[in-house]
Design a protein around this ligand. Structure first.
Ligand SMILES: Nc1nc2c(c(CN[C@H]3C=C[C@H](O)[C@@H]3O)cn2[C@@H]2O[C@H](COP(=O)(O)O)[C@@H](O)[C@H]2O)c(=O)[nH]1
Length: 370
């Protein structure tokens, strides 16, 4: 082909790109939203009510504005540490990594006074906050609970030591303690083999991409690989809840700077746990088929990886995405994302729980994924 002849193939490629059919960039994608939409399109036990989502979008946006909700809100929680508390930025990365490695399954069927509880700084902490309190208490007591060398040391980091780290002021032990030890062991091994023993090097390896960091976590750590087959579909559905909330917690605690700087942070979706589906259901945004609704109200175990559980988690991700789009439509100037909507909804359901306004139960699945 002579120099002055147009390269028809290149022109066709550019035309596709300009028409939005093709992204020429090599920016990574997590595939979570695509999987969530697929499950939503094929779900029969969980549905989304568009009118309620529209109303929720207006209410959420108004309350977030009123509370000046931003990444900085993360640091306002009295237990969340900052770099000063821990010594330096790398120590804060190690804390957040450890926290989100173990950030799962705190729910209990015991009465409030008997459930697993951590006493720290003169207060009793339950749920997610019991985890944060236990990690900070361990550090105060000189246990290097955020150090990957410790996690690998089978003489030092034993189940008994972990029982001490997560000792409760009640008779109930933290759920899934052996599984938590296994997560620490695996993470210690992978960090040793691939990231010079420190999670800060893992964050650096993502080169400023949130989706890239999520993908590294899912690729290298089986305990972050929260993906499951849905009704025989060949390609597993990626939920990646703890990988995503890890990136979100870094972004929030560093307020988008340094180890928290991600150019594609808006690719992170809602974190499919057992709290946000609960508040979405209580707001009427998602609703259930009669058998699923009965099972949830009866507090029956919903099997991990089953169709019901996948529909609950994936439809919640898709529902928050629709709420996010509706907020953007109603308020084009407001720059909110799925992370801040999620954080806001989680904190709201926790306030409702604390004030006895929890009017629908959350679903009960015991797993290391959330
Ligand atoms: N979707 C979503 N799930 C979240 C959180 C958080 C805490 N994030 C803090 C950071 C910023 C926010 O402002 C929060 O202050 C914990 N969880 C999950 O909930 C469950 C614990 O529930 P309960 O046992 O009742 O405490 C468990 O699966 C845990 O992994 C969140 O934000 N979003």
């Amino acid at each position: 082909m002579s120099d002055d002849e147009p390269d028809l193939e290149l022109l066709a490629l550019l035309r596709q790109h300009l028409q939005g059919k093709l992204t020429l960039s090599d920016e990574p994608e997590t595939g979570v939203l695509e999987g969530a939409e697929y499950v939503y399109d094929n779900a029969i036990d969980v549905a989304i009510d568009m009118r309620s989502c529209k109303n929720a979008a207006a209410a959420i946006h108004a309350q977030m504005r009123q509370k000046d909700y931003s990444p900085a809100t993360w640091a306002t929680h009295e237990l969340h540490p900052d770099a000063f508390d821990l010594g330096d930025d790398a120590a804060l990365v190690a804390f957040v990594f450890t926290m989100d490695l173990l950030n799962f399954s705190f729910w209990s069927e015991k009465p409030e006074a008997e459930r697993f509880t951590v006493e720290y700084r003169g207060k009793r902490w339950t749920g997610y906050w019991s985890l944060v309190a236990a990690l900070r208490r361990a550090l105060d007591e000189g246990i290097p609970i955020t150090d990957s060398h410790f996690w690998q040391d089978e003489e030092e980091c034993t189940l008994e030591v972990l029982q001490q780290v997560f000792r409760s002021s009640t008779s109930e032990e933290i759920p899934l303690l052996p599984e938590r030890l296994a997560c620490l062991r695996e993470a210690g091994k992978v960090l040793y083999e691939k990231y010079k023993c420190h999670p800060a090097n893992l964050v650096d390896a993502a080169n400023g991409s949130a989706a890239g960091l999520v993908n590294l976590l899912a690729r290298d750590f089986s305990c972050f690989r929260d993906e499951h087959v849905f009704e025989g579909r060949r390609k597993p559905i990626r939920i990646l809840k703890r990988a995503q909330i890890l990136v979100a917690d870094l972004w929030a605690c560093f307020e988008g700077e340094g180890y928290g700087e991600f150019r594609d942070i808006d690719k992170i979706t809602m974190f499919a746990d057992y709290r946000v589906p609960q508040i979405l259901n209580s707001m009427g945004c998602i609703f259930y088929s009669p058998p699923l609704d009965t099972a949830i109200h009866a507090k029956r175990n919903i099997p991990c990886g089953g169709s019901w559980e996948m529909q609950l988690r994936a439809c919640s991700i898709w529902c928050v995405e629709l709420i996010r789009r509706e907020i953007a439509r109603q308020h084009p100037d407001s720059h909110t994302n799925a992370i801040l909507i999620d954080f806001f909804l989680y904190d709201t359901i926790k306030e409702m729980e604390a004030s006895g306004q929890e009017n629908v139960p959350h679903h009960r699945t015991r797993s290391i994924w959330y």
